[in-house]
Ligand binder design. Sequence first.
Ligand code: SF4
Length: 375
Amino acid sequence: MAGIYIHIPFCKQRCVYCAFFSSTRHTLRMQYVDALCKEIEERRLYIKGIIETVYFGGGTPSSLKEEELSKILTTIENNFKLSPKAEITIEANPDDLTPEYLAMLRTLPFNRISMGVQSFDNRLLSKLGRRHNAERARKAFADARAAGFNNISIDLMFALPASTHDSWLHDLQSAIELHPEHISAYNLTYEEGTPLHRSLQQGKITPLTEEENLEQFNTLIDTLKKAGYRHYEISNFALPGYESRHNSSYWNDTPYLGCGAAAHSYNGTSRQWNIADIEQYINGINNNTPETEIEHLTTADSYNDTVLTRLRTAEGIPLAWCKTKFGEEMYEHLMRMASPHIARGTLKEREGHISLTHKGIFISDAIMRDLIYTD
Ligand code: SF4
């Protein structure tokens, strides 16, 4: 079992909070798609087995035209064995999802859309630099349903500056009214180098207090739980059976191939990532000198990755698996460091797993720091 991630680093405009690798210059798009397809072909042996998930992320994959998407998908199909039940996701900006575009997507193998809504509050959306408004997001969702997509995820952001308990509750209720199968909700972070971070430093915006931030996180968990969503990972909620299989594979140690500029790959023993520069990426692929960095993982690296990923999930870290995979020393370290948290009620040990409790979810970063292994 394995997954494929395709990075599309093009956006029509930059959102003020965004630190993802993308560009608003589309001049090299055709060359990029060609290089991407060449990379997919050349790295067909990187992962073995049936491909269970394919994920087009970005950037804005929905900025690509039919022929570009089709070319990439065909290259994947020609070089890998896709499961007939593969989850094939495209991230999309609501603004791009016209009925015509959605009808086109339906002719391709995509069976899941991840829609970057972020908020249903036009005032907040405009502060974030998003292209769409709430009405556009609702229309795009309805059109996606009408086109036949029955697995749609909505991305939301909380703790936005100038947001309130009421505005956040309104965002959540607006999302629930659409009945998406999946909701991802991310805590806004002020990433260095972004316009939002500069505004913060210049005192132009006031971030929420830690207390307000936690209150919105609590509202998120409560509201979605009451609406029938399972909180299966810190930032992810799903109706039963609609957990993102692609994201889950990142948390479950499944190998994945990442193609495109800035894309990361993992094959079980090493991680590697492509250069975050469109032109250099294209030249590297075309000249057979791909600009890639590789990190070979030590047992401690793999253990730490497990802490940082599996502890985010509702299932948590399987103890027997941990002992077999990382050995006695790491296992004992885990149990020793987890023990005070279990006593405090921020971690729980149940059915052979260690996982966060409701209380622990709110301080997950601190708990993970404690569980990490350092020499
Ligand atoms: S559309 Fe997505 S990737 Fe592009 S700038 Fe906005 S948040 Fe970043």
